[in-house]
Write a protein that binds this ligand. Structure first.
Ligand code: UDX
Ligand code: UDX
Length: 474
């Protein structure tokens, strides 16, 4: 099958970078990324590459190379669908905030809208690829909508979950551990030979795109349901490692052990491995919590309560870690933070991204603001408007109160000036190189640092005079 045109619906953190890399690596294929958000598309088309809606190291160069050549961003969704041979669905699937499954299940309304639009617009056969993370068997829903609403054209559905991590998206896309493609070709039974052939051709078409730059042995093909479930499982396992080490950080603090030494000691065991053992203030990001809640919901729905409870504990531990961090700040500052300025270094959910979804920073800020602390956050890439939007989303107090208590800063030294404490929420590298003596001199004493990422050199900080408190340091 000769693929000439790709369309991707959803120009977000996944759709944007993924399509930019496909366009860069496959110059003979036209890649059009569409989104209903006009401002976002305008930003993707901005002459100033600093205005791209997603910040990722290396992304601007890829966009610069391909944009206008074979990479296009626009809001004409119908036209892009009509012209495409392959359509990637990369819209967001947030946790439901209403009705059945509220707070647990994935909200699939955007997926359904996309499917209906594809069905309505398509005049020739299409391959439809699920890129968004979805509950197991969503492909069945997609198939049903496409078949029942469509105009008789053939739709082949593939699941191709994205494993890129934000902050390293471009290198993850260029050099992935694996690419996973699930499809009907791997189903055990097919109604007809013709059906089987079509399913195989669709799978092969997508494999060939990735094979342009990824060794074939790293492209794994499975049946649809295995692919869908593998994505949820991968995120659940990764998050579980973070919660596991974070649970031990509490034990370390109580016993005099050092969580970093423990992580190193166990991580050298090749059966365990060293990655995702960094104790922190708690994991954030758009995926971990959402995907685990989704897994829990699916297990509960299937009557597998023990399975649901097992994975739910990963979330409970993560909430506990954020609460514990905030509590420690309050108790150390003589049991009251009321009216005290607390600087936050970092707001993004991890370094090298401007994304703040589920960031620990907003939850810790929320707890401290409940105690009337004044929070002065500084982040390298997160804009102040986003910080206010995050607090508003939590719905804990009025906008006026949020504006009084949250005072974002454009300069880190200003953020720390006259503060009683500094909390490190994101592991941005540049924080390590600040003039910490100057910061200390300008703070209220005793000057405390709560290092939620164990980023700074504890000995150096203590020598300067800080009261330094890391995570999991007994
Ligand atoms: C990620 C993951 O891809 C996905 O697996 C997970 O389920 C949610 O988070 P991401 O790219 O990070 O998705 O989401 P986001 O940055 O919010 O981008 C989604 C885009 O889709 C938005 O720009 C939104 O405007 C667009 N969209 C959404 C549409 O164009 N049409 C819709 O109907 C819905
Ligand atoms: C994750 C998965 O890694 C990726 O494969 C999937 O496609 C999307 O979800 P992402 O959320 O972008 O990616 O970032 P990740 O690096 O996984 O970090 C998630 C959170 O865990 C961050 O808040 C990070 O700071 C935290 N974390 C990670 C730790 O606290 N300790 C660690 O050792 C690793």
């Amino acid at each position: 099958m000769d693929i000439k045109n790709i369309c991707c619906i959803g120009a977000g953190y996944v759709g944007g970078p993924t399509m930019a890399v496909i366009a860069q690596k496959c110059p003979s294929i036209n890649v059009t990324v569409v989104d209903m958000n006009e401002q976002k598309i305008a930003d993707w088309n901005s002459d100033n590459l600093n205005d791209l809606p997603v910040y990722e190291p290396g992304l601007a160069d890829v966009v610069k190379e391909a944009r206008g050549r074979n990479l296009f961003f626009n809001t004409n969704i119908d036209k892009a669908i009509d012209e495409a041979d392959i359509i990637f669905i990369s819209v967001n699937t947030p946790t439901k905030t209403y009705g059945k499954g509220k707070g647990m299940a994935s909200d699939l309304k955007y997926i359904e809208l996309c499917a209906r639009q594809i069905a309505r617009v398509s005049k020739n056969d299409k391959i439809v690829v699920e890129k968004s993370t979805l509950p197991v068997r969503t492909a069945e829903t997609l198939r049903s909508i496409l078949k029942n609403v469509g105009t008789g054209v053939d739709f082949q559905i593939l699941s191709n979950p994205e494993f890129l991590a934000e902050g390293t998206a471009i290198s993850d896309l260029l050099n992935p551990d694996r690419v996973l493609i699930g499809g009907q070709a791997k189903a055990i039974t097919h109604k007809t030979e013709e059906e089987k052939k079509k399913a195989e051709e669709a799978m092969e078409a997508l494999v060939n795109i990735y094979a342009t730059w990824i060794p074939k042995e790293r492209i794994i093909t499975t049946n649809l349901w295995s692919s869908e479930l593998s994505k949820l499982t991968a995120n659940a396992f990764l998050a579980q490692r973070v919660s596991s080490i974070n649970s031990l950080s509490a034990l370390c603090e109580a016993t005099g052990a050092d969580v970093e030494e423990v992580a190193k000691a166990i991580g050298t065991d090749s059966r365990i491995g060293s990655k995702f053992l960094k104790s922190s203030v708690g994991f954030g990001g758009s995926c971990f919590q959402k995907d685990i809640l989704n897994l829990v919901y699916i297990a509960t729905s299937l009557g597998l309560q023990e399975v649901a409870d097992y994975w739910h504990q990963v979330i409970i531990m993560n909430d506990y870690q954020k609460q514990r961090f905030a509590d420690k700040i309050i108790t150390t500052l003589y049991n009251t933070v009321s009216g005290k300025k607390i600087a936050f270094l970092g707001w993004a959910f991890k370094k090298d991204t401007n994304d703040t979804r589920e960031t620990a920073a907003m939850y810790v800020a929320d707890i401290l603001m409940d105690d009337n602390a004044i929070i002065a956050p500084y982040d390298i890439k997160v804009i102040h408007k986003q910080m206010f939007a995050d607090m508003e989303m939590l719905n804990s107090r009025s906008d006026v109160e949020n504006k009084e208590l949250l005072q974002p800063q454009t300069d880190p030294y200003e953020a720390c000036k006259d503060a009683h404490a500094i909390a490190i929420l994101t592991e941005w590298d540049e924080f390590k190189d600040y003039d910490w003596q100057q910061i200390f001199d300008n703070m209220v004493k005793p000057a405390c640092i709560f290092d939620g990422r164990n980023l700074l050199d504890a000995n150096k900080m203590r020598k300067i005079g800080f009261k330094y408190i890391g995570i999991g340091k007994g």
